[in-house]
Design a protein. Sequence first.
Length: 396
Amino acid sequence: MTDTAARPGLTTADLPAYLPLNRERLIAPGPVEVDPRVLLELAQPQMHHRAAAGIEKLMEARAKLTQLLGDPYDAVITTSSGTGAFEGALVSLVPEGAKVVNAQAGKFSERWGEMAGRLGYDAHIVAKPWGEVLDPQEVADAARDAHTLLITHSETSTGALHDLAAISAAARAQNPDLIIIADCITSYGVAELRPAAWGVDVIVSGSQKGTATPPGLGFVLFSPEIQTRLIRNTPRGFYLDMHRELTGQKAGSTPQTPAINLIYALSLSLERLLCVPLDVLWAEKRRQADALIAAGTALGAPAWAPRTSPAVAVLTPPAGITGRQVSARLAEMGQRALPGQAPHEDTVFRVSTMGYADRYDALAIAGILEEAFASLGVSVKRGAAVQAAWAALQVN
Ligand SMILES: Cc1ncc(COP(=O)(O)O)c(C=O)c1O
């Protein structure tokens, strides 16, 4: 909280950047805003995960995660962030020494290559520069004789939405036994995702993104077929042994103590997302991101990536200001966005409506960006960004 007494001499000329009067907002691509009713789920008397109600809640949340995917994959909820969930999928499906190809074009996808190398796999990288999209045929060629392909659908560091359908189809055409594990940490529940039709075996995500829940839970969703390839008693993980977890969770129990309070919150949050068909949810999230991108473009800050993710608008500021300056200015206004990730802190800034946010939040962000840019000395035509955002939100 900002100390209001810290600005005793404030005049109306200092508005609207007077933080104590602003509503503080999380407009970063995770953690995201959470519905206060979801937060209140955390404030119950401590529940027990072995009680009938706790077991029921675990099963309920897992069923809703499957529903949010749209295909009959089985969900494991991990008490970890998304990275832990991804590690669990990797060590539980890939045997020692196997060839793992990682397709990367940004900070998050780079992490999976590093992880595979550190875990002692025969790790190979197929890369594009940050801001670009992966070439499906190039990835397929690299994965021709691989055991497993790791791919990041929505690259949150660059705002690129890689063509998971095309990459998966090309890779599988050349290597039918290939296991495909997808980091859908910011695309699950946000972007169109059809893993069964696209041939993606495993989907990984985390609670602090599209499912609009506090951080602390990871999700791994396994296709029915891939479950037969889960390694029993993997020597590369104990806590993250997904064979053991999946077997337990299918029967309503976790081998270890789960973050049961978060599972209650998750289940409630998923209800809001599931009250419309998935294609309606995806289309609305797409429009919200388009509104942010249109607002940025109107201010001279177009999207970095040519194929944009609906989870995050990664925008390149006009000459004279940097991503770090925009992000810092927004923070002074009480709006938590993010600059780019190293080494691109100055190249871009990142804003998002991924979580408990709607189209009107997108309009607010457009207005906030106008204000921030004007105060940084950019010549801004007032209303232009908001108008551009409105146009992008119109349903055809
Ligand atoms: C695409 C992507 N992958 C991986 C991660 C890491 O997830 P976590 O911080 O939940 O471990 C993030 C987090 O922002 C992400 O956006």
